[in-house]
Design a binder for this molecule. Structure first.
Ligand code: NAP
Length: 288
């Protein structure tokens, strides 16, 4: 049992914090920007509530977070009310936000100056994976920090791996998003093609989904894509945030992402039509 704090009780953060209490039996203090969510969570699961990240972090062995983006992460860590101001030397911060490798390295350095370890630990598996406690987690940091973080994250992970020094977890998550982007577009084109050709897309997928074209997206999204339902997972606006990070990093490293850049433009069109909260399989709506 450890004394933990969790910052950010959103779609992903709330189930992770819940598993820390119910599966891990840890003592957890929670902070959420919209306080009502933290109060409701605490009443249901028996956590303590803090009014600021700093207050939540005070006295904790390990502080965890899952907020939106780089800006949000800086807001909950830095400054007079940020978590780092409340953390003692020898403590650790585990960040589950999907953010840039730069902000991870920046916070690793800011933490190190105060004797705080920082692990970037973005997740894959979506809301369903978080609810089931079956996330995949890719980490960046020192081996010693990772060894300390792993058993804590194990309460809601099915796979967890140290990828290298600070930032390596975020870089690995970028690879994950790059692989997904082209794949979802391919699946959208396949289903739209089947429909135009007069085939039943469900029959088509039943025929091909055990062969070389199989994918998680095919297994889990073909049905709803064919029905034109797009409320089943990761939102377009989150994907655009992630692809922006990928494209900026590619510019810095010289990597080429032609298909990813194109798919990002397709998502921009969906956003312009008001579809920012649709899930990423909504790419098929552009192929009607
Ligand atoms: P969400 O439901 O919108 O939750 C975001 C959380 O961050 C909320 O608790 C929000 O507080 C808090 N927050 C945002 N900005 C903040 C700020 N400036 N200061 C303090 N708190 C702030 O998002 P989510 O779906 O859980 O996603 C969180 C992260 O996980 C993102 O980086 C996302 O890319 C990543 N991710 C999501 C999924 C998914 O399927 N949803 C999958 C993998 C990775 P309020 O309640 O006050 O808004």
């Amino acid at each position: 049992m450890a004394k933990l704090s969790y910052l950010g009780l959103g779609v992903m953060g709330a189930p992770m914090a819940r598993h820390l209490i119910t599966r891990g039996q840890h003592e957890v203090t929670v902070y959420n920007r919209t306080g009502a969510k933290a109060t409701a969570f605490a009443a249901q699961y028996g956590a303590k509530v803090a009014a600021t990240p700093r207050e939540a972090a005070a006295g904790a062995d390990i502080v965890l977070a899952c907020v939106g983006n780089d800006h949000d992460l800086r807001q909950v860590t830095l400054g007079p009310q940020g978590a780092f101001a409340g953390m003692a030397p020898g403590t650790m911060f585990i960040d589950h936000t999907t953010a840039s490798a730069e902000v991870a390295r920046e916070l690793f350095a800011a933490g190190a100056a105060k004797g705080i370890e920082f692990v970037d630990a973005p997740v894959s598996g979506g809301q369903a994976g978080a609810e089931a406690g079956a996330l995949t987690i890719m980490c960046g940091g020192t081996p010693a920090a990772y060894a300390r973080a792993e058993p804590i994250m194990g309460t809601y992970a099915k796979a967890c791996r140290l990828m290298g020094p600070s930032g390596a977890g975020q870089l690995t998550k970028m690879v994950n998003q790059i692989c997904i982007a082209g794949l979802v577009q391919g699946l959208a084109e396949g289903i739209a093609f089947a429909q135009k050709a007069g085939l039943d897309p469900l029959e088509v997928v039943a025929a091909i989904s055990k062969g070389a074209a199989q994918s998680w997206q095919m297994e889990n999204r073909h049905n709803t894509m064919a029905e034109g339902k797009f409320d089943f997972g990761f939102a377009v606006e989150w994907m655009r945030k992630d692809l922006r990070i990928c494209l900026e990093t590619a510019r810095q490293t010289g990597a080429q992402l032609p298909v990813t850049a194109l798919v990002d433009q397709f998502y921009a069109r969906i956003e312009q039509a008001g579809g920012q909260r649709l899930d990423t399989s909504s790419l098929i709506t552009l192929l009607g």
